[in-house]
Design a protein around this ligand. Structure first.
Ligand SMILES: Cc1cc2nc3c(=O)[nH]c(=O)nc-3n(C[C@H](O)[C@H](O)[C@H](O)COP(=O)(O)OP(=O)(O)OC[C@H]3O[C@@H](n4cnc5c(N)ncnc54)[C@H](O)[C@@H]3O)c2cc1C
Length: 504
């Protein structure tokens, strides 16, 4: 019997544990122990049900997601796990009949023009008539159609060999106004990253590829829009099937995902509230030391923590890997959720959210109209809003107390959106060092980490710090870590040979 020790109970660690369990069910002699330092599982995923004590019925509740509130529908990782564990029917599409995004520009709210894909306009009239950009800014964006590629890559080259920052790319192709007013809040915001540092090859390599293929972003995205429309026509939703929206959540909140994964993997093999303090390697295998002075022996270790938590644990095993981990920066952020009475909030709730570009100098980076975007997040007659603060340009805000963060977010919502009334309740979730920053050189650092780790038998690293921050990517990184160590023991799983299919 081979024993795998998984460190970290976020979706990457749980993805690893559940894969070991599936391998054991296939008949392989395998077991695992998962160690999570917090008292709860899920890592960055944290949902809370707040009972409606303000005149609601007995079962009425708000569902607050303090970390991720969704995953990208087109990526298969979460759907596959949801199907395997029986929660696929609990997936929740957005209510696109109410879809509208506001962008704050020069102190005024502008609706995101129809047809904008990432930061490229694909429909002329909405773009021409929007007040979001100045006329010189629009003309500069249109010049994307004429500006030649920066270079033609030699045959066979990849984006990784021609990396540049989001800022340099967008300014070069579409101009600074496009970066400041659209790309920074929209594209940089996904990673809570500084566009001047953010590696495009590590985050959105497709954009670099698109420039090669089409010579223009607008041309590339117009084509992409046509293809999406064709696919929708070719594969319309089957009768009774939920609509396919860009983002998906779960009806009872995102916490359903890690909780279900933990149960499917085997809760008896999971220990929470105890921290791994040291990893030791010996000719017999691995010893993992815990904060309660106990230790666990195993044949493999999967390190699925944040990179900064993995770094001290790796120092004794491989200092070069530890150095590379230390070179991955992380930024802190917080979400502040506020519940209101619908009749008191005083704003039109028919929108998904608002983006506040950095150039506006606001404390609020973005806000989501959670109960509009996700049906069922607030009881009848109540609404739920969520503000997002922090990010690399405003780390100082994290020094405020929870109560101060609530006041800051509320004041911003009042000023920007015109929110009235007093919140019925608030919830603050802090994510210290919660967002790894994929800066220039990230892919080289990850390649080096993977190459060195591939020479260390029984060790693999996984999680959002390396090859994608999105939940589907994190799950898959945990699964790949298992394939690595099982492969060393000559175990190939049936599912490893099946190319991952899109479930939609
Ligand atoms: C505010 C916010 C919003 C986000 N929104 C989205 C979104 O909408 N959609 C999306 O796809 N992604 C989103 N992300 C990104 C996504 O949530 C993360 O990338 C993902 O959850 C990371 O999963 P993970 O398992 O790699 O790491 P984590 O969830 O960070 O888990 C790592 C775990 O390791 C544990 N640990 C650390 N050190 C030790 C130790 N020494 N011993 C034992 N345990 C240890 C930690 O306590 C933690 O539980 C968001 C992130 C944040 C912060």
């Amino acid at each position: 019997m081979k024993h795998v020790i998984v460190i970290g109970g976020g979706v990457a660690g749980l993805g690893a544990a559940y894969k070991v369990r599936r391998a054991a069910e296939e008949g392989h002699e395998l077991s695992f122990t998962l160690i999570e330092k917090d008292s709860r599982l899920g890592g960055k995923i944290a949902s809370e049900h707040v009972p409606d004590e303000w005149g609601g019925a007995e079962d009425d509740k708000f569902i607050v997601d303090g970390g991720p509130d969704c995953f990208l529908t087109e990526k298969p990782g979460v759907h596959r796990i949801a199907k395997l564990t029986g929660i696929f029917e609990d997936e929740l599409p957005t209510d696109d009949s109410r879809k509208r995004t506001w962008i704050l520009s020069r102190g005024r709210l502008h609706e995101m023009p129809d047809g904008v894909m990432m930061f490229a306009p694909t429909k002329f009239v909405p773009f021409a008539t929007t007040g979001l950009f100045s006329w010189p800014g629009k003309l500069r964006m249109g010049m994307d159609l004429l500006i030649p590629r920066k270079e033609r890559w030699p045959e066979g080259d990849t984006a990784a060999q021609h990396d540049e920052t989001l800022e340099s790319f967008v300014v070069r192709r579409m101009g600074r106004e496009c970066l400041d007013r659209l790309a920074e809040p929209l594209v940089g915001g996904v990673h809570a990253s500084d566009p001047a540092q953010m590696s495009l090859a590590a985050t959105f390599p497709r954009l670099l590829d698109m420039e090669q293929k089409y010579g223009s972003m607008i041309g590339g995205f117009v084509d992409a829009r046509k293809k999406v429309a064709e696919m929708r026509k070719k594969y319309p939703p089957k009768p009774g099937q939920k609509p396919r929206t860009f983002f998906t959540s779960f009806t009872e909140g995102m916490q359903v995902l890690p909780d279900t994964m933990a149960r499917a993997a085997g809760i008896d093999n999971i220990r929470t509230g105890v921290k791994v303090t040291r990893i030791e390697r010996s000719p017999e295998g691995w010893t993992v030391h815990l904060s309660d002075e106990t230790r666990i022996e195993g044949d493999a270790v999967i390190l699925a923590t944040e990179c900064w938590a993995a770094e001290p644990l790796m120092r004794e095993i491989d200092p070069a890997i530890a150095d590379a981990l230390a070179a991955i920066p992380s930024s802190s952020s917080a979400t502040v959720s506020l519940g209101f009475r619908a009749e008191e909030i005083g704003i039109d709730m028919e929108a998904f959210g608002v983006l506040c570009p950095l150039v506006e100098g606001r404390s609020l980076m973005a806000a989501t109209y959670s109960s509009t975007k996700w049906p069922g997040r607030a009881p009848e007659g109540k609404v739920l809003m969520r503000g997002f603060v922090g990010g690399p340009h405003n780390q100082a805000i994290m020094e405020n107390s929870d109560e101060q963060l609530v006041q800051i977010v509320l004041a911003e919502m009042r000023d920007i959106l015109g929110v009235k009334g007093d919140p019925l309740f608030s919830r603050v979730y802090r994510w210290d060092g919660g967002m790894p920053q994929y800066t220039l050189g990230h892919l080289d650092r990850v390649k080096m980490i993977e190459e060195r780790a591939s020479d260390i038998e029984g060790l693999a690293l996984a999680g959002g710090s390396y090859t994608g921050v999105g939940l589907p990517n994190c799950i898959e990184s945990g699964e790949r870590a298992v394939s690595k160590v099982l492969g060393e023991w000559g175990i190939a799983l049936a599912e490893d040979s099946v190319e991952e299919k899109r479930l939609y």
